[in-house]
Design a protein around this ligand. Structure first.
Ligand code: NI
Length: 260
């Protein structure tokens, strides 16, 4: 069984979504929100489909549009049994550094919500890894995931010492992704979970087309190649990690019996 631990399903047409869900019928998706609208959409999907879990949050690119109401709604959603984390939240200095202080403030505010509701935190970090690390480090009782990791081996080693899980996505299949391949090669399997970030970051051989959660299998295949393991073993280990990271109500032993 595959677990795509990070995808966005709000950018598909109705027909596309039907296919996306059908392709994943024997697998699990953790769908991510980024703002108030998509957080509501995530909860709606969780209610409608057995194989969907969700995380909700305010993305750093959304901090200028956030209102107090959005946090009140978020808090009410956190009691939902299928909302397994807060995300994606974090810091993004790529497009602007003008609102760094409000990005940090909203990131921390949501980490504290995760603490209150015992949720896993799914972190987005772009051009901001050191500040992200400095904040994460202060919360050693919380489970963090660094989604779509793109940093160095050294930083990955520091993160896993804090117990952070590393989300590996389609980028690992790209020819020029030597840094990420080195991360996969160097670190033990127990720190990795799989993701697609659909509809973005489509892996080879479909790079350039619209991504979908089922393509997480190409990520698993690439990791198997790098680690010189079977794809089945990669799927088993990463699914087991995902179940533990998000406390999903799935029996780990059951994974062995499931056809991949
Ligand atoms: Ni994302």
């Amino acid at each position: 069984m595959l677990i795509d631990t990070h995808c966005h399903l709000d950018e598909y047409s109705e027909e596309e979504l039907k296919l996306v869900l059908e392709h994943m019928k024997d697998h699990i998706m953790i769908v991510s929100g980024v703002n108030d609208r998509t957080n509501h959409f995530v909860v709606d999907l969780c209610n409608r489909y057995d194989h969907i879990y969700g995380v909700i949050g305010i993305h750093p690119e959304e901090v200028d549009y956030v209102s107090e109401d959005h946090f009140i709604y978020m808090e009410s959603m956190l009691n939902h049994p299928k909302i397994v984390g807060i995300g994606e939240i974090g810091l993004d200095y790529h497009y602007t550094k003008d609102n760094i202080e409000s990005q940090k403030e909203i990131f921390i505010k949501q980490i504290e919500l995760a603490q209150k509701y015992h949720k896993t935190v799914v972190v987005h970090s772009r051009d901001a890894i050191q500040d992200t690390y400095d904040i994460i480090k202060k919360y050693d009782n919380l489970q963090f995931v660094l989604h779509a990791y793109s940093g160095s081996v050294e930083m990955a080693k520091q993160l896993i010492q804090l117990g952070v899980k590393i989300g590996i996505g389609g980028v690992v299949t790209f020819k020029n992704a030597s840094k990420l391949k080195e991360v996969v090669e160097t670190l033990p399997m127990s720190h990795f979970i799989l993701e697609t970030d659909s509809p973005y970051l489509t892996p080879e051989p479909y790079r350039g087309k619209k991504n979908e959660p089922y393509y997480v299998r190409f990520v698993a295949e690439k990791i198997a190649e790098i680690k010189k393991m079977s794809v089945e073993q990669v799927m088993y280990e990463t699914s087991k990690n995902a179940i533990q990271t998000f406390s999903l109500p799935i029996d780990v032993e059951y994974l062995k019996e499931r056809k991949m």
